[in-house]
Design a binder for this molecule. Structure first.
Ligand code: SAH
Ligand code: MG
Length: 207
């Protein structure tokens, strides 16, 4: 079966089951970024049913994606989808809570798209797994336009989540080791790049 058809089927499944996969515009933006910057190995936090991992892997034959998902049913669905697309050699699915999963692998890019309230934790935990001048890309930075909006009518849970996202944005802006740009595509995407001097520092520390 052809790729386009299989991807449309995953989109349809996500729509029907309410799985929050990336919006098309945001997805295209990220895959174009991978293409232009010749990104080869990617770590994704939050696979859901494998939609974004598959799209990223399809950019080029030499792209590999390692992706972590803590929900068993979604993980199983992701495994099936990756197999159907014949990408099981290049997409590695890990069933785990990302905050409990440790790796010493290095990646060109880390894509954060899991629990929005834990974004700062994911960033802090995995940024040491970046190659020099690597990128962290974060999805849903605007959270349906609710970030930096009036919180008075929000439920307590939603208000807490939005507050955490706002704190994450401040954390990115104030982070001296990374330069972050925010893009109004899809649900809002942030691209943070490790600064050159940070890598120099790290190189010096190794000697
Ligand atoms: N990147 C996917 C969508 C991910 S939706 C796509 O665009 O196709 C977010 C997913 O992150 C959910 O399936 C949720 O179960 C998972 N998640 C949330 N917190 C997590 C954590 N701490 N570790 C692993 N997965 C997590
Ligand atoms: Mg998302």
């Amino acid at each position: 079966m052809d790729q386009e058809y299989l991807i449309r089927k995953i989109e349809k499944y996500a729509d029907e089951k309410g799985v929050p996969i990336m919006e098309k515009e945001g997805m295209n933006f990220v895959t174009e970024f991978i293409r232009l910057n010749k990104i080869k190995n990617i770590l994704e936090i939050g696979s859901a049913i494998g939609y974004s991992a598959i799209n990223m892997a399809l950019v080029s034959d030499d792209v590999t994606v390692t992706t972590i998902e803590r929900d068993k049913d979604r993980y199983i669905e992701a495994v099936k989808n990756v197999k159907k697309l014949g990408l099981d050699k290049r997409v590695t699915l890990i069933f785990a809570d990302a905050l409990e999963f440790n790796t010493s692998e290095k990646y060109d890019m880390i894509f954060i798209d899991a629990a929005k309230s834990q974004y700062t934790k994911f960033f802090t935990k995995f940024s040491c797994n970046l190659n020099p001048r690597g990128y962290v890309i974060t999805d849903n930075i605007n959270f349906h336009g609710l970030v930096n909006s009036d919180k008075s009518k929000m439920s307590r849970n939603l208000r807490q989540l939005i507050t955490k996202l706002e704190r994450y944005i401040t954390f990115l802006k104030e982070n001296k080791r990374f330069k972050t740009r925010f893009f109004e595509v899809g649900d809002g995407v942030a691209i943070s790049r490790k600064r050159k001097d940070v890598d120099d520092e790290e190189d010096t520390n190794k000697d």
